[in-house]
Design a protein around this ligand. Sequence first.
Ligand code: PMP
Length: 317
Amino acid sequence: MPPSEPLERRIWVDGRLVPWDGATVHVLSHSHQRGSLVFDFMSVRETARGAAVFRLGDHLARFRRSVELVGLPLHAAEGELREAIRATVRANPGATAVKISAYLPSIEVDVVPADDRVEVAIAAYDPERDVLARKTHVRVAPRRPELRVRLDRQRVKVQPEAIPPQAKVAANYLGPMIAKWEARRAGFDEVLLLDAEGFVSEGPTTNVFLVDAEGALRTPPAGSILEGITRGSLLAIAKHDGLAVREGPVRPEALFEAEEVFLTGTTAGVWPVVQIDGRPVGEGRPGPVADRLRRRLDEVTHGRDPAFAHWLTWVED
Ligand code: PMP
C-alpha cells in the first residue's frame, strides 16, 4: 500500500474500534500539554496456535501500577482490558505489538484536571511497517544491529522522588529524549544514563545487562529503573538455563571491564552494544551470551519452549 493512503488499521478507543486516523485528541488536552499519558507496550508473535501476546497479564499489572503512581482514576477491570486487547489484535491481522494508553482527553487550565475522565486506547500494529516504512518524506535513522553507545554522566535518568521510574508515563521520557537526541547528534546510536547515586540505570527505553569476567550476567536492580518485562524474562530464562545472574548496583567502570554489554526491551529484544564512549566492549563485536539469549527469547515468545508457555495469551478463543 502506498504510504499516502490511510493506514487500514483500527484502534480501540473506550470500547469502539475507530479508524487509525480517527484516534485523536485535542492539541490542548491535558495529556498532551502536561505529559500525563500512561502507557504500556507489549509484543505479539505468531505461534503454532496463532497470534499470542507475550506476558499480557504482567504488562497489564505494570500498566495498572503506572496508572496508580500517576493517580489517574481508571476504573476498567483487568479482565475487560485483557479482552479488549485480544479483540484489537484479532481486528488487526499482522500486528506485532500492542500499545495501550490511558489519558486525560479534556482541555484543562490547571495541572489537576477539573474533568478527570480517563480515556483508554489500544493500538495493535507493526511499528516497522505501519509507522517507520510510511515515513517516506523524512530520513529515518537505520536501526543498527550493533550499538555504539554514549554513557551520559551529566544527567541522571530520573529523580525517583519526583516521578517514580516505575511509571510508564510520557513525562518520564523527556530527560532521556534530550540525552539521546544529543548523543545522536554526536554520532552515537544510543545513550545510557546513571541514577542519582552515579550507578548505571538504563537507556531511554531499554534495560542494560553485562556479562562480567566470570561469565555471570549482571543488571542494575529494580529501584532506579523501569522493570522491563524483557529484563525479567531474560533473568528467568537465564536462571532456567543454569547461567549465573546477579541483580545489583553496576558502577559505570564495570561496563568498560565487561566481556559483553547488551540492551533489552520489547522493541529491541536483545541488542548488543559494541562500543561505549568510543571504546570497544569486550572484543568489539556481539558476544555469544547476547546471541544465545536473543535466540532463547525468540523461542519463548514464539511458543517453541513449553517451559514458558504460561507467558503466552492466545488471541483466538
Ligand atoms: N526502561 C524503560 C524506561 C522503558 O521505557 C522500557 C520499554 N518499555 C524498558 C526499560 C524495557 O521494558 P520492556 O522490556 O518491558 O519493553
